[in-house]
Design a protein around this ligand. Sequence first.
Ligand SMILES: Nc1nc2c(ncn2[C@@H]2O[C@H](COP(=O)(O)OP(=O)(O)O)[C@@H](O)[C@H]2O)c(=O)[nH]1
Ligand SMILES: [Mg+2]
Length: 350
Amino acid sequence: MKPARDNAAPDLITIHGAFMAEPSPDIAESFTDMVNGVIAGDRRALAKAITLVESARDDDRAEAEALLRALMPRAGRSLRIGLSGAPGAGKSTFIEAFGMQLIADGHQVAVLAVDPSSRRSGGSILGDKTRMEQLSRNPSAFIRPSPSGGELGGVARRTRETIALAEAAGFDRVLVETVGVGQSETAVADMTDLFVLLLAPAGGDELQGVKRGIMELADIILVTKADGDMRPAALRQAADVSAALMFMSPRIAGWRVPVIAISALEGAGLDQVKAAIADFAAHDAEGRAQRRKAQDAAWMWNEFKALMLARALSNPKVAAQARLLEDQVMRGEISPVAAARALVEGVNSD
Ligand SMILES: Nc1nc2c(ncn2[C@@H]2O[C@H](COP(=O)(O)OP(=O)(O)O)[C@@H](O)[C@H]2O)c(=O)[nH]1
Ligand SMILES: [Mg+2]
């Protein structure tokens, strides 16, 4: 495998202290291999590390946390780009074309997906690999579907960790794709530096279908498929979107959200996208640093909530009481607020 960074000799990570308890020698060896493999930019080691982090098994979790402790100091060195759009908007085709351009510019590109709606095995991006054929075969790219199905919170939690692992492996452009189905856009905007919305050209009052809240999250808007018969519709849509933006405030103060008509198939507009991203990154350099701190703090609280919940429910007495209270809430015998309070009392008195 090709090293993703130009570190001639990967630093050896000793696992001493990384585990809470002494690991068995077998685990210790494969763990060290995985950590060093990720640092060396070995995509197989990275894939293994992500699988570990996504695992729902309790005993894997301890190892996953040790892995994150070892690798977190190397995270943070990428531009994290969120991408969203309705199914069929042209996300995968754009990522294929744009990703190849990023690689031509010397970048290492990781593509991750947040798609809690997908219950098909491997998530939607897997089928998309056929639309990302060049990228998926390129040694400077790494493509990873979201863990299939599951709750948004859980998928988002693991995606944050996956971003960190990809960064530790030397990927300096991390693209996080999400299907425009609602809350997942906010989750992705909360873990990235820059949010790109893709809209397909459509006739008539197409803008009605785009939720204002999602438009307001976008730092850059792309109108896709500006080629052939669809070019006029795409240009019209771009003008409509620009007009609508005049009545909205940008997410980042002082930034004018550019609307760019592109054709991923013909490669048109991709240079403008690249320039817009560079402009945004420069405009927002200080804001980005601040926001990442706030994102890390939010990450801590999300993690804390998830861990506290898991710990509380790992007590069989509390779990039984929780089920009982939930039934009572559903029968209307107790208010949700009173039930939650009773559950907290139950946890504390145990
Ligand atoms: N004409 C044209 N078609 C495109 C372009 N980009 C995507 N498409 C088509 O739009 C459809 C959906 O594209 P896809 O990338 O899978 O969308 P996604 O669901 O957002 O990932 C496919 O049939 C693509 O071939 C483009 O730039 N021009
Ligand atoms: Mg797709």
